[in-house]
Design a protein around this ligand. Structure first.
Ligand SMILES: [Zn+2]
Length: 259
């Protein structure tokens, strides 16, 4: 009898342990009630969507927030900041119906620029505005709050740090951050894409391009800065870089618009 009681208690404890573990493992960021209004106010890409696509975008935002945690590091973050992170995540993948960021669990938000090695937020040498972690920092993205917000408040530049970092994650999904999203491109498009990237990098080096010079760092950075431009100022990008625009439409399976 005593053995039976002990057995039942053990089973109950095990069940409780497994159940509560499952509970705490459900990561999520609460979706604020006014999230549609926030998207409408800040996100030009969302404003330009049809009503039908707005609903799809909202669902994707909610889904993203259900599996990614967003934390402020030594800084307060608002519901708007969290939504801007989610919007930046969904914009580059909106053309892929079932895409999830399996390579992301946490987004850490710093007040402003931080130092890339030790993540210092004070002192000299802080010039990183966003990064995708690797090694022990795998599955983690770091962002500057100031840059995240400026990505949406400044409507005339071609920059959006958060979109830049999510494009790196997309690029990383085939195993390498190399500017060639191999699982998004048809095999026959890889060589033309590489050729066009190299030509475009040369144009930046010769001062004949309005693409962010940071894109000359390597192919991965070129892909990320060109994507910022593609999603921030699609009309201008199409007008100035028609060939790149066409191939990037094929990569992202969408033609972005901004309103
Ligand atoms: Zn980058």
């Amino acid at each position: 009898m005593q053995a039976l009681v002990i057995f039942i208690v053990c089973v109950a404890l095990l069940a409780w342990f497994l159940f509560s573990k499952k509970e705490t493992a459900t990561v999520n960021t609460p979706v604020p009630d006014n999230f549609r209004q926030t998207l409408q106010t800040y996100v030009g890409y969302y404003r330009a969507l049809s009503n039908e696509n707005k609903i799809l975008f909202e669902e994707r935002v909610k889904d993203f927030l259900s599996y990614v945690r967003i934390h402020g590091v030594k800084t307060e973050i608002s519901d708007t900041d969290r939504l801007l992170v989610a919007a930046s995540a969904i914009i580059p993948i909106f053309g892929f119906k079932d895409w999830k960021y399996y390579n992301l669990k946490d987004v850490l938000i710093y007040e402003d620029a931080f130092e890339a090695e030790g993540f210092r937020t004070t002192g000299e040498g802080r010039n990183t505005l966003g990064m995708v972690g690797s090694g022990t920092m795998n599955n983690i993205m770091l962002l500057s709050k100031h840059s995240l917000e400026q990505g949406y408040l400044n409507k005339t530049d071609k920059n959006n740090t958060a979109i830049h970092e999510f494009v790196h994650l997309l690029d990383k999904s085939d195993g390498a951050v190399d500017g060639v999203p191999e699982n998004l491109l048809d095999k026959k498009e890889i060589v033309p894409w590489l050729k066009l990237m190299h030509e475009s990098i040369q144009e930046i080096k010769k001062n004949k391009s309005d693409i962010n010079p940071y894109g000359t760092t390597n192919e991965a950075e070129f892909f990320a800065v060109a994507s910022e431009y593609f999603f921030e100022r699609p009309d201008l990008f199409q007008q100035k870089h028609p060939e790149l625009f066409k191939l990037m439409e094929e990569i992202f399976k969408q033609e972005p618009q901004i309103k």
